[in-house]
Structures are given as structure tokens and as C-alpha cells.
Design a protein around this ligand. Structure first.
Ligand code: HOZ
Length: 437
């Protein structure tokens, strides 16, 4: 499946990747970025600026990943860089409370009304893991419902039929996880209301929580039906289980208040990540006060972290959220998302390529799959070889997309109409080549 780049040879990237493979497993610090599903070697990045990434070979790319979601303002957004620079002047980490932690917490609570209290952590994995523990501690129950193809980081109990890198690389459930850790995990198909009814009928009194991505980004973009979300919420309420939205991708992205405000569904708990840190390692989990009061030291559910609430990361998050609140970029981002989805789809049709291009706001995926992807079963029928070719043809034309069929792409306010037109022109050329192969 190796693709030889004719337009943008990357000898330095290849050298750097070969070097990294000696000291780092697979040469990367997170598997999703290893190009495992598309072949070839990753682009090694030197810097980012606005809508662009620059690689170590001197090539410029229009970036439609934005660090897998955080950079909704583009790279090096001035207000964020200024805030980080100011914070750096005061020191990098205190391991003690600082005012910025409450500043960011208040911004989150203001943005997401279902969150009455919030705890800062460092990664989406930690946020999901800690939310799950709090839900189990609060309810006194063990069973968790997750949905095939949703990805909640590499949490033991949730790394079953997982999306993102796990699905991309063909290991949706990982070795190294004791059977006991997943014995209480029920895996259901996304958007399948009948399975929900059956699971709650069989195990309702044991279910601590159901966790899901309210718009899935990690098996490609999958949109929930309204019926699915409302059925899940009412079953949780009826059986005393908590509804947890993993809004690591969708929080502050689909709306300032996340997918929950877009859909008008109020979860009991929410996991946040990515945009909340504006490109620094911040994530958070929160929810109703009575649930969060179970978290240590207010309550007995233990969770901790030396770098949690780190002052530099808080400064980055605060500047990002304040900028988003002030700019309200969501209507324009949604318009751009509409255009990208409609025009990509028209081009793929023009070249006779079976596809769908689901999108919500500024997230989208081009599936090489004629069926509407409603869940894992259909997602995995996509033509991944065709996606790999598309990915490399686009990369060769300076368009940096997510390197897997099972990821979403992200738009930012730095993308102008011109950038979108360049991307569509590249797609037209790429589709013409793919249609001939
Ligand atoms: N969790 C990210 C994609 N869904 C990938 C993170 C990374 O590789 O940087």
C-alpha cells in the first residue's frame, strides 16, 4: 500500500521517523498518528501557524486536523500565545492551587449548564476514566454501557470495540487488559434503540452509567438519531443510571456548550478535552454537584494528578474559551462545514465514487462507503484502501487530513473560503485518480 510522493518528497521526515522508531515504540507517542492504516511514514512537523502546518522538509499543508481537535482558533492564535507567555513568566508548575484553576472552572460551568462542578485533569483518557469512577462511586453500581466504535481514551474498562487508533490499527480491544476490567462493560451498537431497551431490561438495576460520544468522531463521524439520545436518556433516568457525554471532541466545538446544547439533552456528567486546553494538555470531567461532591477530597472517590490545573495549561484554556465566547464562530463554522460536506460529496459523485460525507458543524468525515454510517457495523464496511489512496493524494497536494477512515476532520476559524477551495480542488484531482484505479 506504499505511496511514493512525487510532488512532495519527504526525506527528512523519513529520517526523523526512522530515528524515532529506535527509541519510541512505533516511532510515535500516540498510535493514531503513525499512518498505520494508510501506509507510508508520518509527516514530521516543524511548526504550525494559523491554518497551516510546516514539515521538516519545508512543505506547507492546510491543516484539517488541528491537533485532532484542539485548534478551533487555528495554530498560534495570538490571544492564546500571549496568555501562555504571560503565565510562563510566573513559573511552570506549582503543585498547589492557583487562581487560574477556578477561572477556567467558572468558564466551563458558564458554558455547559449541566456541569455544576468540574475537576481538571490532563488528558481525555483521564477525564473519561475519572468520570466512570465517579459514576460508579456515586451509584454504587459496577456495570457500564459503552458503544462499539466510540473511543474514550485508553481506559481499561472502555477499550473494548474501541474506535480511533484502536479501530484504525485493527486492535479494537487490547491485550494487557485483565478480563475482570471489562467484565462489567456492556458493548452496544450506536443508534440501536432496541439493544438499549434489551440491555436495560436485563441489567437495569446494575448499570452505573452509559457513556457515549454524542456525535462520534472516532469511527469517522457518526450522527446520533434524536430517538437514540432521548431513549438512552430516559432509560438511564428510569433505572437510576448516569448518562455521561464524552465531549472531548465535541465540547466547545459543535457549539460553545457542546453537543448537549446543540441537541438539548442534559447529561448527568460530561468529559471534556482538546479545545478546553487550547493546545495544552488539559481535560476535565464534571456534572451535577451531588455527583462531583463524591470526588476526593470532598468525597471518597479518589483521583489526583501532579500537573492537574497546571498554570500554563489553564492560561491557554482560559484564553481559548474567552476568545470563543467573544467571537461566537459557530454559525460561520457550520456554514463552512455545510459547504465542505456538500461540495466534497458532489465531487465524489461526479467521479462515480460511492461515498457519504456526514458532518455536524465543523467536524466531517468522507466515508468511502455508500451506506449512511450509523454505527460500527456499517463503518467497518468502508473501503479503507480507497481512503488510503485519497489521503496520500491529498497530502501530496498540501492537504493534511486525518490519517484514517475512522477519524473526523476539523475546521477552524483560520480556514478561509480560499483554503476550502484549495482543498476541494485537490479532492477533485484525487478523486479523478482514484476513479481510474
Ligand atoms: N485520540 C486522537 C484521535 N481520535 C488521536 C490523538 C493523537 O494521536 O494525537
Amino acid at each position: 500500500m506504499d505511496f511514493v510522493s512525487t510532488r512532495r518528497p519527504r526525506p527528512r521526515s523519513q529520517q526523523e521517523f526512522a530515528r524515532a522508531q529506535q527509541s519510541i515504540p512505533g516511532g510515535v507517542n500516540s498510535p493514531a498518528r503513525a499512518f498505520g492504516a494508510v501506509g507510508g511514514t508520518p509527516v514530521i512537523i516543524e511548526r504550525g501557524d494559523g491554518p497551516y502546518l510546516y514539515d521538516v522538509d519545508g512543505h506547507r499543508y492546510i491543516d484539517f486536523i488541528g491537533s485532532w481537535g484542539p485548534h478551533i482558533l487555528g495554530h498560534r492564535y495570538p490571544a492564546v500565545i500571549e496568555a501562555i507567555t504571560r503565565a510562563l513568566d510566573k513559573g511552570t508548575s506549582f503543585g498547589a492551587p492557583c487562581p487560574a484553576e477556578a477561572d477556567l472552572a467558572e468558564l466551563v460551568i458558564d458554558a455547559v449548564p449541566s456541569i455544576e462542578q468540574v475537576r481538571m485533569v490532563n488528558s481525555g483518557t483521564e477525564a473519561a476514566m475519572s468520570a466512570l469512577r465517579a459514576a460508579r462511586g456515586y451509584t454504587g453500581r459496577d456495570v457500564v454501557i459503552k458503544f462499539a466504535g466510540c473511543y474514550h481514551g485508553h481506559v481499561d474498562a472502555l477499550l473494548v470495540s474501541a474506535g480511533s487508533g484502536a479501530l484504525t490499527l485493527g486492535h479494537p480491544s487490547s491485550p494487557g487488559i485483565p478480563k475482570g476490567c471489562t467484565a462489567d462493560t456492556l458493548v452496544l451498537e450506536y443508534n440501536d434503540c432496541q439493544q438499549l431497551e434489551e440491555a436495560f431490561a436485563a441489567r437495569g438495576s446494575e448499570i452505573a452509567c452509559a457513556m457515549l460520544e454524542p456525535v462520534v468522531g472516532n469511527m469517522g463521524l457518526v450522527i446520533p438519531s434524536k430517538e437514540f439520545l432521548t431513549t438512552l436518556q430516559s432509560l438511564c433516568q428510569r433505572h437510576g443510571a448516569l448518562l455521561i457525554f464524552d465531549e472531548v471532541m465535541t465540547g466547545f466545538r459543535l457549539a460553545y456548550g457542546g453537543a448537549q446544547s446543540l441537541f438539548g439533552i442534559t447529561p448527568d456528567m460530561t468529559a471534556l478535552g482538546k479545545i478546553i486546553g487550547g493546545g495544552m494538555p488539559v481535560a476535565a470531567y464534571g456534572g451535577r454537584r451531588e455527583i462531583m461532591q463524591k470526588v476526593s477530597p470532598a468525597g471518597p472517590v479518589y483521583q489526583a494528578g501532579t500537573l492537574s490545573g497546571n498554570p500554563i495549561a489553564m492560561a491557554s484554556g482560559i484564553a481559548t474559551l474567552k476568545s470563543l465566547k467573544q467571537l461566537n464562530p459557530y454559525p460561520r463554522l457550520a456554514e463552512v462545514g455545510d459547504r465542505v460536506s456538500a461540495e466534497l460529496s458532489a465531487l465524489a459523485s461526479k467521479h462515480g465514487l460511492p461515498h457519504t460525507v456526514p458532518h455536524v458543524g465543523s467536524m466531517f468525515t468522507l466515508f468511502f462507503n455508500p451506506e449512511v454510517v450509523t454505527g460500527y457495523r456499517i463503518a467497518t464496511k468502508s473501503n479503507t484502501a480507497r481512503f488510503a489512496r485519497y489521503f496520500h493524494e491529498m497530502l501530496d497536494r498540501g492537504i493534511y487530513l486525518a490519517c484514517s477512515q475512522y477519524e473526523a476532520c476539523f475546521l477552524s476559524i483560520a480556514h478561509t473560503d480560499q483554503h476550502i477551495s484549495e482543498m476541494l480542488t485537490a479532492a477533485d484531482e484525487a478523486f479523478a485518480i482514484i476513479a481510474k484505479t
